[in-house]
Ligand binder design. Structure first.
Ligand SMILES: Cc1cc2nc3c(=O)[nH]c(=O)nc-3n(C[C@H](O)[C@H](O)[C@H](O)COP(=O)(O)O)c2cc1C
Length: 309
């Protein structure tokens, strides 16, 4: 059990925010499976929220889920963050706010947001101070080890000073690529010094690895590994690996895409998840190609259902 702000979090494993992947259909799938403490939405532009941008609002659809849902925001200045946070607190039922200080994508960095903020500790302090003063919702922050050099200890001190409720560290620099392993060596020295809830993130693909890493942190965020196997949280909690259940999960996911998206968006949605869902699976190359080449959601869905855990 973890406490994040006023929330009691039942499991110490969480879904990491991923653009176009941790959308409402995938979060609903995990909510139905259970055994997960918290989920974070795709990153959402705070300025898009402030403009009431139609696409942004559709990405923010929230429902009554069993698992607490946090919304992740990105921006470069305190003001858009604060306005978006006020709107979310008043108009949605998200349980908390996660601030993105780790995204390396060029379009985000160019706007001075995401991991760019790691270069400006003063700006980080003013953003969190303003957000903290304007909401009662729990506020968490997701960072990396640094931008091009490690400054994670300095950033953690600032975030703690401004009263964040949890900090997630993705153990890579902004400049690291995924083919370099996440640098978990930093976990124990951060744990020794951090006072707030400390969540570790990076390269967790199975339950045994997750259990090993949980020795060094208060909680784990899992991203690609959760798309690859949505049952990973149940397996960490002690459920047996189950091929049949995995098949049912794939079928349920197709139903949820149909439930939440209009027909013209369904195929793209399925293709986005296929990239990681097919990771490490039998016949993955051939199946991936078939799904990517499919012309309809139904055709892609038939191939998708044949993925074997
Ligand atoms: C396709 C994709 C989209 C992502 N989008 C976000 C995002 O919106 N916000 C964020 O903080 N991190 C984002 N990330 C980073 C993940 O949350 C996570 O930190 C990273 O993938 C490492 O964890 P993993 O090895 O468990 O996947 C994204 C990663 C991927 C692969």
């Amino acid at each position: 059990m973890l406490k994040i702000g006023n929330l009691n979090i039942k499991y110490n494993t969480m879904l990491s925010p991923m653009a176009s992947l941790t959308d409402v259909s995938f979060r609903k799938l995990l909510d139905e499976i259970g055994f997960i403490g918290l989920m974070v939405s795709e990153m959402i532009s705070a300025e898009g929220v402030n403009r009431l941008n139609k696409r942004t609002l559709s990405m923010m659809r929230s429902f009554e889920f069993k698992t607490p849902q946090f919304i992740q925001l990105f921006a470069s200045e305190p003001e858009p963050f604060v306005n978006a946070v006020k709107f979310i607190e008043k108009e949605t039922n998200f349980s908390g706010i996660d601030i993105n200080m780790g995204c390396p994508a060029n379009k985000v960095i160019k706007r001075g947001a995401g991991a760019f903020l790691l270069k400006d500790p003063k700006k980080i302090a003013s953003i969190i101070k303003e957000i903290r003063n304007n909401t009662k919702l729990p506020v968490t922050v997701k960072i990396r080890l640094g931008y091009s050099k490690v400054n994670v200890f300095e950033i953690i001190d600032i975030l703690e000073n401004e009263g964040v409720d949890a900090i997630t560290v993705h153990f890579r620099l902004k400049s690291n690529r995924y083919n370099e392993r996440a640098n978990w060596e930093y976990a124990s020295s951060i744990k020794e010094r951090i006072k707030t809830v400390f969540i570790g993130n990076g390269d967790i693909w199975d339950a045994s690895n997750a259990k090993e890493k949980l020795k060094f942190v208060d909680g784990l965020m899992i991203g690609r590994g959760a798309v690859s196997n949505p049952l990973i949280f149940a397996e960490i909690a002690g459920e047996k690996r189950d091929d049949l259940r995995f098949k049912q999960i794939l079928e349920r996911f197709l139903e949820l895409i149909e439930e939440y998206y209009k027909p013209e968006f369904r195929l793209a949605k399925l293709k986005a998840h296929t990239r990681f869902m097919i990771h490490n699976k039998i016949n993955s190359k051939k199946l991936r190609q078939r799904i990517y080449n499919s012309k309809s959601f139904k055709e892609a869905g038939n191939y998708f259902k044949s993925i074997v855990l």
